[in-house]
Design a binder for this molecule. Sequence first.
Ligand code: ADP
Ligand code: TRP
Length: 332
Amino acid sequence: MNKQNKTILSGIQPSGRLHLGNYFGAIRQHLDFQHKGDAFYFIANYHSLTSVQNGGDLRQYTFDVALDYLALGMDPEKCTFFAQSDVPQVLELSWILGTLTPVSMMEKGVSYKDKVAQGLQPNIGLFTYPILQAADILIYHSDLVPVGADQKQNIEISRDLAGRFNRIYNGDYLRIPEPFIVESVATVPGVDGRKMSKSYDNTIDIFDSGKALKKKVMSVVTDSTPLEEPKDPDKCNVYALIRLFASEEKNREIRDKYSSGGFGYGHAKKELLTLIEEFFSGARDRREYLAKRPDTIWDMLRDGGKKARDRAEIVMQPVREATGVVRHFETQ
Ligand code: ADP
Ligand code: TRP
C-alpha cells in the first residue's frame, strides 16, 4: 500500500504521565508514521473525562502530553497535532453514530470491561467511549489508524459504524479505516511484572530521571536465582525491558551474560538504567527546553486545531445534509 497519500490518525489520552508501555505500544509508532502520509494526531481530552474529573489536572495532562510528544520527536510541520476539544464536529458526529449503535455492541466492549475491572467508574461516557473514538477516526476520512493491540476492537467498531452510516444513508459518506497494529510489541511489563499501566501504579515513566528512575528500576521484581547461577532472560522482567532499548548486539551480549552465570539481577538492572537514560537523553534535553516555553506549545495546538477543524468540516457537512439535521449557523 502506498501510504504517502493516506490519511493516518491516532489519539492518545491525557490521563497521567506517559510510561514505557505507552512509548513502545503506541507513541513510537505514531512518531514513525508522521513521515509516511498525511498524519493527524490528537490529544483525546474528551475521552480522558471518563477518568480525570479535575479541570486543573486535565489541563496539565493535556499540556504534558503535547510537551512529551514534541520532545520525543513529533514534528508539527509534518503532521497535524491538536486537542480533540478543538474539533467540535467530533461530538456532533459521535451523537449521530450513537443513534446507529446497538447497545449490545457496546456491551461486548472489552476495553470497558477491563477499565471497570481496574476500578474506573462505569459511567455512560466510558460505556460509549468507542463511539466517540469512531467519530475521531471517521471525521478526517482516516485510512490508517496505528494503535496498540488493545485497540483492535475499537477500530472494528469504527469500521462497522462507518459501514452502517453509509448503508442507512445510502452513500459513501464515511471512509472505512484500516487498523495498523504492531503485534510484535509484546505487552511491556511494569515493575511488579503485570502489564505496565497507570491503573496498577507499576509504571516507569518516560521522563522519570535521577533517583526516582533508579528507585523504580531497582524495584523491578525478579526471582531469587542466586547471582552465580545461569538465568533464563526470557523469564525475567528486567530483560523484557532491556530488550526494548538495547541494540541487537547489546541484546546478544546481555543474553549471553544471563546464560553464563555470575551475572545477577542487580547487574541487569544497572544495564537497564543506563540504557533508559541513554535512550531518552536527547528527548529529555528537548523537553527541558520546551517546558520553559509554554506559549509555543499552546500556539502549536491551536494551529493544529484549526487545520483539523477545516478537514472535519469537509466530512461533516454532507453527513448533516444526509441525516437532515438542520443548522442555521456555520462552524468555523
Ligand atoms: P494505561 O494502561 O496506563 O492507562 P493507556 O490505556 O492510556 O495506558 O494506554 C495508551 C496506549 O498505550 C494503549 O492503547 C496501548 O497501545 C499502549 N500501552 C499502554 N500500556 C502498555 C503496555 N504495558 N504494553 C504495551 N502497550 C501499552
Ligand atoms: N482509545 C485510545 C487509547 O486509549 C485513544 C484514542 C481515542 C484513539 N480516540 C482515538 C486512538 C482514535 C486511535 C484513534 O489509546
